[in-house]
Design a protein around this ligand. Structure first.
Ligand code: 6LW
Length: 525
């Protein structure tokens, strides 16, 4: 049994950044418009990652209201120095630019400090603490005369760890090896007296790649590593199961081995829906610099880190994960959009579930709807939700949603028909176009209805379980409708439970008594 199977963190977990303290590894990933922001995972073997908390748990830390869900919190870097954890990250605000901040904590599970804004141009900030304890901040920004697309200039300043201010002169480090597009995700490392700058190039799509430069001093001059790209799948053709590999961060084990965490995607028939996932890649330091995936140069499907950790083979299909309704949802990996929903999603009065209050904040808007959602982490899955919703308005609904971003989502929801009779409706939204795919009458008002979404290589299939347990399929949406290749954006599919209204609220609340997510076996397995 292989000790790991890639990706080690399936589902939408892009821009991984990793650090080690003693024998424990911590990993942060981008959270975009989801709240709480920046999940923190912990591991002792780089394989089994446990969600231990989030960096941004208070909405004031990073206001996300009004943002496209693909904007928001991008590409955090986490480092540890002298008993303190540091995270730098950017809040992207579309055309309104981006702002960068640093937060600190003594426990990576939190609480994290209020953010300290940094006067830093660009995105993808990173920190590097040198042997002498000085801390260096890097990021990427547009080059003065952009010869290429996207940010293309990696720059550096010192970060004073006592005041958390950028200080001293600014140094332009490098403009990339490939000079193609998007020189991003810089991270610095010191090895045998030489400073190594690892970057992502080519954009986060099929041309993504890891490139490098090195210098005798942290401030430069940096010389392009002529072996660049050091890791990419861009040349492997569309048949390779893992694509878009890049944006790597390195970490050393206590006994001196090095591993990279990098993002990648797993397209099926050229289209991926699970987002950019986190993959583990062995790295060997040689006289010529880091060699990624020695011997093959490609992200391994399986392998072993040889590090002590849980003996459970992996996290593949193994029963339904039932949402525990009386435990914090965030700790179970469920998120809301752009802010907390404690006022909209709360324990029902009789304690038998969650009560969702429909509000005018819709799934396709840029506010905070009554929604809790989790990443789709397996191509084949089943989501089940049992709910009762006694609305008399056809403008109100409560149900389940498949959400790529606010312009691409499907809902199967209980609402009222024209005469106020309870119905379940399946709708697909593509931008401003809404397709009413199906509707069926459901029981009598206030009865508990089970809604089911099943996904596989072909489609998302939506069903209602009728009395007696018979499942009635209402319709299906091709899987490719939710693929980044067709719908764009930075996210993977999230599966949620929601309530919303486009009219005057009737005061009805939906009571959700059961939610479960279940990974199903791959057809090939
Ligand atoms: C990330 C940047 C990127 O900050 O996507 O395309 C951004 N490149 O590296 C969001 O993941």
């Amino acid at each position: 049994m292989p000790a790991f199977q890639n990706p080690v963190l399936p589902g939408c977990h892009p821009d991984p950044s990793v650090c080690r303290v003693g024998d424990t590894y911590y990993l942060v990933t981008s959270s975009f418009g989801y709240f709480p922001g920046i999940p923190v995972h912990r591991s002792t073997d780089l394989v089994h990652w446990e969600l231990v908390g989030h960096v941004l748990t208070r909405p004031e830390q990073a206001p996300l209201a009004g943002l496209d869900v693909n904007d928001g919190v991008w590409a955090a870097t986490m480092r540890h120095h002298a008993g303190r954890f540091y995270v730098v990250a950017t809040v992207a605000r579309g055309r309104r630019g981006a702002s960068t901040f640093v937060v600190t904590a003594t426990d990576p599970a939190g609480p994290w400090s209020d953010p300290v804004p940094l006067e830093a141009d660009g995105i993808d900030p990173s920190l590097f603490v040198d042997d002498d304890g000085r801390c260096w901040f890097t990021a990427t920004r547009d080059a003065p005369e952009p010869a290429v697309t996207g940010p293309a200039e990696l720059w550096l300043r010192e970060l004073d760890l006592a005041t958390l201010r950028l200080t001293g002169p600014e140094h332009v480090l490098w403009h990339g090896a490939l000079r193609g597009a998007w020189v991003e995700g810089p991270h610095l490392y010191l090895r045998d007296g030489r400073y190594w700058l690892i970057a992502a190039e080519g954009g986060t799509e099929r041309n993504h790649a890891v490139t490098a430069a090195s210098a005798p001093a942290v401030t430069g001059p940096y010389a392009t590593d002529p072996r660049s790209p050091l890791l990419t799948h861009r040349h492997l053709g569309p048949g390779h199961p893992v694509q878009n590999v890049g944006h790597a961060d390195l970490v050393d084990t206590p006994d001196g081995a090095t591993w990279a965490l990098t993002l990648g995607v797993r397209p099926v028939d050229g289209a991926h829906t699970l987002g950019r996932e986190a993959f583990l890649v062995p790295v060997e330091w040689t006289e010529r610099g880091p060699v990624f995936a020695p011997g093959t140069g490609t992200v391994p499907a399986t392998g072993s880190t040889g590090l002590p950790g849980p003996t459970a083979p992996d996290d593949r299909p193994g029963g339904a994960e039932v949402l525990t309704l009386d435990a914090p949802l965030a700790a179970q990996g469920w998120s809301s959009l752009r802010g907390p929903v404690d006022h909209l999603v709360r324990p029902a009065d009789d304690g038998r579930g969650l009560a969702l209050t429909p509000t005018a904040a819709t799934l396709w808007g840029t506010g905070t709807p009554a929604l809790v959602a989790r990443r789709q982490q397996h191509l084949r899955f089943r989501l089940r939700c049992r709910l009762a919703f006694a609305t008399t308005s056809s403008h109100e609904e409560a149900g389940v949603t498949v959400l790529l971003h606010q312009q691409r989502l499907a809902t199967l929801a209980v609402s009222a028909g024209p005469d106020g009779e309870p119905v379940a409706r399946l709708r697909m939204r593509t931008g401003d176009v809404v397709a009413d795919l199906a509707g069926v009458p459901v029981l009598e008002r206030d009865a508990i209805v089970e809604l089911v979404v099943r996904g596989d290589e072909q489609s998302y299939r939506f069903a209602v379980v009728l009395p007696g347990g018979d499942e009635r399929v209402l319709g299906e949406v091709p899987r490719t409708a939710f693929a980044t290749e067709t719908a764009g954006g930075f996210l993977g599919v999230h599966l949620g439970v929601h309530a919303q209204t486009t009219g005057t609220p009737t005061g009805a609340r939906a009571v959700v008594s059961h939610v479960s997510y279940e990974a199903l076996e791959d057809r090939a397995a």
